[in-house]
Design a protein around this ligand. Structure first.
Ligand SMILES: [Zn+2]
Ligand SMILES: [Zn+2]
Length: 394
């Protein structure tokens, strides 16, 4: 590692112990009371100003140095997933049905390690260390923004980091453009007129209409969206009728699913198209359709300026071989987008080396690789040195 922020063995041992303690005590979104307490206590012990309870269980550490006016945020997430761990490791989750299967324990330890290191260094400006709750689909980023985050902590740029099994250890991928998709939900209810299964002419069949609709919505991506723009439309839930009443055509069918895109105009296009198909099918069958499209998190799209700084930071922290400037985007989402769409931002992937069995994100065999902790800390510290204008101390 060619970093000016090489980590001493005691600090690394301490951060590994912290990471494993968080791993053994996972907490679901908006329930991260223990985790938030540990984070806030350690930030305070390092002399960093702490704001607790923002957006529920969120914590912000604020470190001001010198006279610079520029401010940036570095984000980690703290929540675990509602699943049961199967790694059998000594530090495995002690809570059945809760597991750090996305490595947010590692992100928290890395950002705390960076905050503690930066507390003793010079730079000129303000860093807000953001420990957000409820990243896993529960809207923690949105809750922090709704709680006045950007009024209370105005920033010029936002940075996020996520571990990546399968990306080489000692490598960071920092890529301009789309990294993660938007994640939206849609629902359609077809309302017909129920009838005897033997006398469909006496009703208006919503079940057959739903069948036609299901085949049509796959033409949204295939025939309407630009073939060079990635997008997904999936129907994931369907409910109608009763298996105890197979001679009754129900009056109502509910269908719901997810939609993913990387560009705002594609997202808009999908929202309009699903509704048009629902209403068109309903009209053809002489029935009604209710349609709702609920916007979840926006896509994560890395802006050119912050991406270049993140690339320089990765190169300086990990050496020339430690930077990847191309890496495939993910169809998953991350509500870092709640920060990174309001100010220019960059979100990077931290290499963890080969994945163990069932050790991808959200797998029951997943565990964070502690060997990447020094890489993440060095990246954050170098990024702050580059962003806030003072060369790292010798
Ligand atoms: Zn996740
Ligand atoms: Zn995650």
């Amino acid at each position: 590692m060619a970093s000016d922020f090489a980590m001493d063995p005691e600090t690394l041992d301490d951060l590994i112990a912290l990471r494993r303690d968080l791993h053994a005590h996972p907490e679901l979104g908006f329930e991260e009371h223990r985790t938030a307490q540990i984070v806030a206590d350690r930030l305070e012990a390092a002399g960093i100003e702490v704001t607790r309870g923002i957006g529920g269980t969120g914590v912000v550490g604020t470190l001001r140095k010198g006279t610079g006016n520029r401010a940036i945020l570095l984000r980690a997430d703290m929540d675990a997933l509602a699943m049961t761990e199967a790694t059998g490791l000594p530090h495995a989750s002690r809570a059945p049905g809760r597991m750090h299967a996305c490595g947010h324990d590692g992100h928290t330890a890395i950002l705390l390690g960076a905050a503690e290191a930066l507390a003793g260094r010079d730079f000129s400006g303000t860093v807000h260390f953001v420990f957000q709750p409820a990243e896993e689909g529960r809207g923690g980023g949105k809750a922090m923004v709704a709680d006045g985050f950007f009024d209370r902590f105005p920033v010029d740029a936002a940075y996020g980091l996520h571990n990546m099994p399968g990306l080489e250890l000692g490598v960071i991928a920092a890529v301009e453009g789309a990294q993660l998709a938007s994640s939206d939900r849609w629902r359609v209810t077809f309302r017909g007129v129920g009838s005897h299964g033997a006398k469909p002419h006496q009703g208006r069949d919503a079940v057959t209409a739903a069948g036609v609709f299901l085949t049509q919505i796959h033409t949204v991506v295939a025939r309407e969206v630009d073939p060079l723009q990635p997008a997904v439309v999936s129907a994931c839930a369907l409910s109608a009728g009763d298996f105890e009443a197979l001679n009754v055509i129900p009056s109502e069918v509910r269908i719901g699913g997810t939609a993913r895109a990387y560009a705002a105009d594609v997202r808009d296009q999908i929202e309009v198209a699903i509704g048009r198909h629902a209403r068109g099918v309903a009209s053809g069958f002489g029935i009604e359709a209710d349609y709702a499209f609920a916007r979840g998190i926006p896509p994560v799209v890395n802006a050119p300026g912050p991406t270049r700084i993140a690339q320089d930071a990765a190169r300086q922290a990990l050496g020339a071989d430690g930077l990847r400037t191309s890496f495939p985007p993910s169809t998953a989402g991350d509500d870092f987008a709640e920060f990174g769409t309001r100010v220019p931002g960059a979100y990077v992937w931290l290499g963890m080396g080969p994945a163990r069995a069932n050790g991808q994100h959200h797998g029951t065999g997943y565990d964070f690789n502690d060997a990447c902790i020094p890489h993440g800390v060095a990246f954050w510290c170098t990024l702050v040195a580059l962003e806030l204008g003072t060369a790292p101390a010798p």
